[in-house]
Design a protein around this ligand. Sequence first.
Ligand SMILES: Nc1ncnc2c1ncn2[C@@H]1O[C@H](COP(=O)(O)OP(=O)(O)OP(=O)(O)O)[C@@H](O)[C@H]1O
Ligand SMILES: [Mg+2]
Length: 408
Amino acid sequence: MSRSPSLPDTPTRDIDPDLPDSERLEALREHFEQLVEANEQLTTQLEAARERQSSLKAQADRTQRENETLKSSSLYLATVEDLMENEVIVKQHGNNQEVLTEVSPQFSDRLDPGDRVAVNDSFGIQRILSAETDARAQTMEITAKPEVTYADIGGIDEQVREVREAVEQPLTQPELFDSVGIEPPAGVLLYGPPGTGKTMLAKAVANETDATFIKMAGSELVRKFIGEGSRLVRDLFEMAREREPAVIFIDEIDAIAARRTESKTSGDAEVQRTMMQLLSEMDGFDERGDIRIIAATNRFDMLDDAILRPGRFDRLIEVPEPDEEGRKQILEIHTRRMNVDDDVDFAALAEATEGFSGAEIESLSTEAGMFAIRSERTNVTHEDFEAALEKIEAGESEIINSANYFFD
Ligand SMILES: Nc1ncnc2c1ncn2[C@@H]1O[C@H](COP(=O)(O)OP(=O)(O)OP(=O)(O)O)[C@@H](O)[C@H]1O
Ligand SMILES: [Mg+2]
């Protein structure tokens, strides 16, 4: 470690005030030149010191990184939620635990909320994940407990019962199946028109069982991860095996299990590979252990027959559009937290909403609420619902319901 270089003397000069002006000027000029020179010298020294400082800082950072690597064993994935001066709040994937953790200077200015990071046992941030690792972590979303319950689902009681039998019971009462001597279904496929509650149903099952719920959207997989699909499927099942009992939910499965097409683009080949991997994971059912698989699609017509063979998705449950009674139930569910007048006639609305899906009924309720707000009321009247209905039927509604689509 080198010592700091010695500083040049500060030039000083006493000038006799009685000197004639010209001599005084000369003396001052000389003094000024000395000062400039000293200043130059100091600037050079300062620059050298700065350089040295930054090289030392780089060294220190490297050492700190090494130190952290040495300290860390395997890392957990987390998402940065909020940034403060020297601390961040991260939320760990899997258990959704939120923690306040210190962040080392090497990361502090490279972090943004939403970034995915790897943390060690003491939640110290070790790495900011690259887009690829990031994507893999994101696709497989482990939800501790989705918030949907069976009570939030209207008009499809029969389907709810079937799903519970096929997914929940084998998890909660496996001895029942043992003693009767039958195998529970390998996979359950929910199919039916958009917005009828398929995704909700899968989430509700997860809520009611103590199993880990791992969700993967087929469309996400294909859109972002060409070349990675089959590996992701493998990871997905591996993750489930590590956490059994587990429910794997593959939403929009048509994206990876569409019927083989004639086209030979590389994208299609990738999708094929992803699906083959899925089939082989499902065929290895014996080793699969306590894992239930639910998939959902609104494009049943597009599915490859291969995924419907015995031992794969061998329990099909159709989730139809709600009938009149179902629509009434769904209306009641979605207005539970709304301030609706007693004169609102749900039966009449149910009758008038022939052909509406659950999602569309949700939009209707929101739109009716908007009419109330526009008239500066806090209560929603039957007329609000009628106005909403009219607007929706005229195709003028801008409300996007929670499933993010409207009138497919
Ligand atoms: N049966 C239902 N009971 C209550 N709400 C429903 C029902 N069906 C749909 N909804 C409402 O519509 C929204 C979308 O439903 P969901 O995502 O389950 O549809 P989906 O069947 O999965 O549709 P898609 O095939 O387009 O994925 C839900 O969040 C809910 O608010
Ligand atoms: Mg869905």
